[in-house]
Design a protein around this ligand. Sequence first.
Ligand code: SF4
Ligand code: SF4
Length: 352
Amino acid sequence: MKRTVSFSKDTRNVFLHILTACNLRCRHCYINPKQHGIRMLPAAEAIEWLRLLADSGANLVLLGGEPTLHPDLPEIIRAARSMGYGSITVDTNGYLFHNFLERSGPDDLDYLSFSLDGATAETNDAIRGQGAYDACVAGIRKAVAKGFHTSLIYTASRDNIHELSRMPPLLAALGVRRFFIQVIGIRGKSAGAGADLQLTRNQWEQMVPPVAAAAAEMGIIVTYPKVFLAENEPFECAGLLADNYFIFPNGRVYRCPLCEDYPMHGMRIRDGGLVRREGITENGLFSLQIPEGCVINKLVQPDNLSYRPDGAPEYRIACCMLKETVQPKPESKPGSKPEPGPTATAAEIAGT
Ligand code: SF4
Ligand code: SF4
């Protein structure tokens, strides 16, 4: 059962980077310390910022850097829960510092989301660093044994697309309940590699939907970005139609993650308030209409476009936050109903 997750102004999604430091040095890391600083947000400030954005039922993703390097992460999670955030997810590389699994419980979080970029240590560690595969798999096993709901993000690129089809059985064996296949973004470290990492339209369409269907057959909910719009599909910009906030510890607040390598943030947190920035920012780009679809995609990662001899684009690129979700059929998990796929939650939008 596949569906496109539509944008809604009624669902707020908050992505709070509580620090930018990390123990890993992944090849495709999108964190850009020149733009986002090297600060760890003190717990009191993180909680104050969460209060600014708390909205009944808002979805929250806490991320970094590696968020479990923050010694006060469990307190920040509990504060967010008490403010009424509807769902809370932590994105982790799996090292789970500061005894995170002992200091938090399955009831504190909706999902603990792990990042793995290969079905084998050979492929994953070539991207994420020596030992990252074993640490992540051990972290998943421990979290599942403690009763946490787990999900997994796989950032698909030319470096690892050959192992994508091996992921569903691995996830089923580990007890992971949701699978996010993410497209590599040309941001941060990836910006130097450009077209060498991005998948072509054919690669994406031939590899990703069949793997998603196979995972759903195994009882796993799968979410992946649409990337390429069909001719009859409307183009929509989440910057205009959704209520998303990508927040960095230096106070920058973006509405569009594709802008994060540039000082184009549309808002910032200053003096305890969330303020809209005037001047040249992402806000001025969201309403521009171009034949290629997303205008910021054309500006920052034009290598994923191609043109006909008459100069017209061969296809339009969807908003990077437009996702497809594939739900397992009810009968694929005997005795259980499919887990409700929340509409356009932060977890569905996120994934790095
Ligand atoms: S991608 Fe994530 S785990 Fe890898 S270096 Fe960047 S922040 Fe760390
Ligand atoms: S990715 Fe493109 S379409 Fe989506 S919010 Fe950014 S500018 Fe808008």
